[in-house]
Design a protein. Structure first.
Length: 263
């Protein structure tokens, strides 16, 4: 048995293609026996139980049981073109990034007399890459200075609507706001979070002054993050106690989602 290609991460599963062959041209029934009770991450933090692990033989998914043989190929002539198989994890949910291993025993039985012609062990391995995405929900962050606030001094005027940012990540993550192209001509701008889903373990709860060329940590979370959300509030106040001059002011902010390396 050998690998073909990399691990594919799909919305509800992960898959890795396998090849199996021998050079003697015999006709065999091929069975596999898991020697572990699940796919285990190399750091020991995550174990995917066997109930979510399958071998697809191009016709069906074959369920595996710990220390029991499951037939994956029947009356298969070995030699020549290798036979294709797919190792699959399905319905488990988001799989954290990492290297996962499952040791198996492969058994070849003569298809006619069902005698064992050979056994070997193999390490089924899935290398799950780091995958992250984020998207905004809701309207743009808009601050309107009403007649009531037009002459206010030392008052922070907040956004009418608060954008919500959804986060997906199969590794520990950190969300930052970068102000490289930030323009604070209108006044002093501030940012904070006003809510977050329960699996967001850190968020910016106190207002922080947004200045040009800064990187502000907005939130952090652990893997896996599946549609975790953070709601963000912006505010502005006049500089040095002055009122905010009339006009339209636009700013483009850059949010960055990256792996949290414990910095």
């Amino acid at each position: 048995m050998d690998y073909q290609g990399e691990t594919f991460v799909r919305p509800n599963s992960i898959e890795r293609n396998l090849l199996i062959n021998s050079n003697d041209g015999g006709e065999y029934d091929i069975a596999i026996k898991p020697l572990d009770d699940g796919l285990m991450s190399s750091d020991g933090r995550v174990k995917i139980p066997l109930q979510y692990v399958y071998i697809n033989n191009t016709r069906e998914d074959v369920y595996m049981r710990y220390n029991e043989y499951s037939n994956i190929l029947k009356r298969t002539v070995m030699g020549g073109i290798p036979k294709s198989l797919t190792l699959k994890v399905r319905d488990y949910g988001m799989v954290p990034a990492g290297i996962y291993n499952l040791n198996i025993e492969i058994q070849a039985l003569d298809s006619d007399n069902q005698t064992v012609e050979g056994t070997t062990t193999f390490n089924l391995q899935m290398i799950v890459p780091k995958i992250q995405s984020m998207n905004f929900h809701g309207e743009s962050a808009t601050i309107n200075i009403s007649a009531r606030d037009a002459f206010a001094r030392n008052k922070k005027i907040t956004t009418e609507t608060n954008p919500m940012l959804y986060i997906n990540s199969n590794c520990d993550w950190v969300l930052t706001l970068k102000t490289n192209d930030f323009d604070n001509e209108a006044g002093n701008y501030y940012v904070r979070t006003i809510s977050a889903s329960t699996n967001v373990n850190e968020r910016l709860q106190e207002r922080v002054l947004m200045e040009p060329n800064r990187e502000i940590i907005i939130a952090k979370g652990k893997a896996p993050a599946n549609n975790e959300y953070v709601t963000i509030e912006f505010a502005v106040e006049g500089k040095d106690g002055n009122i905010i001059r009339a006009g339209n002011y636009n700013n483009h902010l850059k949010f960055r989602l990256s792996e949290d390396r414990g910095r």
